[in-house]
Write a protein that binds this ligand. Structure first.
Ligand SMILES: [Zn+2]
Length: 291
């Protein structure tokens, strides 16, 4: 009953603001305190046997970077974003670019392009795949420790994407320490620095997983699979459920990244207003025409 009442109140408040024309102003104000995170995987054509959604071509990726530059975006790593939010600065047009799975083209293609634009990226690496070539579901080449170390030295962030890439919610509890602790240890041993972030494979996590992560103090944050924006409230109250959304090549060039950013801001805005997660998409359709 309370839930229904809350939804009615939120909808009424949003409709009221829209009626008075204040919603645009309120939304722009929210954006000053919210940082979206975008997720990429392979920066390449679609190799045989790969799902298309894992790949964004180098040309399209560069079109996305050009768009971010033209819009004046400050492109930062996840830890930098957390510092900015905690310092309560205006973070309008700040974004985190993330790359999952550790494909070799992240080093050969994405890394030089990010440097060309003066941007940074956060790369989440699967522990067991580093330096490997796998032929499961098409040939996949992964970055090695020398490449990862070089990227780290040049300002990129390296984080964990677990050891095996199996969704952590499907892992037997006695294997969780290996999935979570081992990358910390392995990356320190091989590259000489501590990582501080984890991106959950498939975005899947639960309270038991967060409790396991919190045992190892080096971890400071984790990316969930929930679309939205990161705010002071989220990085302080739920640092292991940061918001992030995938960018896919839908054939519209920079327009594809623009649309995902808008979706992140609207979802985050509605979430901040108390709209339950299950209703965010409905809310977005309601707001799209107004904003
Ligand atoms: Zn992944």
């Amino acid at each position: 009953m309370y839930r229904v009442l809350r939804i009615v109140l939120v909808v009424a408040a949003i409709a009221g603001m829209a009626y008075q024309g204040r919603i645009k102003e309120d939304f722009e104000n929210y954006k000053m305190h919210a940082i979206p995170a975008l997720m990429y995987h392979s920066i390449s054509d679609v190799p045989d046997g790969w799902p298309a959604d894992l790949c964004v071509t180098p040309e399209v990726f560069e079109a996305h970077l050009k768009y971010l530059q033209a819009q004046g975006y400050n492109v930062v790593t996840a830890p930098q974003a957390m510092v900015l939010l905690k310092s309560r600065q205006n973070v309008m047009n700040t974004v985190i670019l993330t790359f999952d799975d550790g494909y070799e083209n992240n080093y050969t293609v994405a890394f030089p392009l990010l440097k060309k634009y003066g941007f940074r990226g956060s790369f989440y690496i699967v522990g067991k795949d580093v330096g490997q070539v796998s032929s499961q579901d098409g040939v996949k080449r992964y970055m090695n420790f020398t490449q990862l170390k070089e990227m780290h030295q040049q300002g990129m962030e390296i984080g964990s994407h677990s050891m095996s890439h199996d969704p952590l919610t499907s892992i037997k509890p006695n294997f969780l320490p290996w999935e979570i602790y081992q990358p910390l240890n392995l990356f320190y041993e091989k590259m000489g620095f501590w990582i501080s972030g984890i991106a959950f494979p498939n975005g899947a996590y639960n309270d038991a997983i967060i409790a396991e992560i919190r045992k190892y103090f080096k971890y400071e944050y984790g990316f969930s699979g929930q679309t939205g924006c990161n705010t002071l409230k989220i990085v302080t109250e739920m640092p292991f459920a940061l918001r992030r959304a995938g960018v896919y090549d839908r054939g519209h060039g920079a327009r594809d990244v623009e649309k995902v950013l808008q979706k992140c801001y609207i979802f985050g805005y509605l979430e901040a207003k108390g709209v339950p997660v299950g209703l965010l998409d409905k809310g977005r359709r309601m707001l799209q025409g107004i904003l």
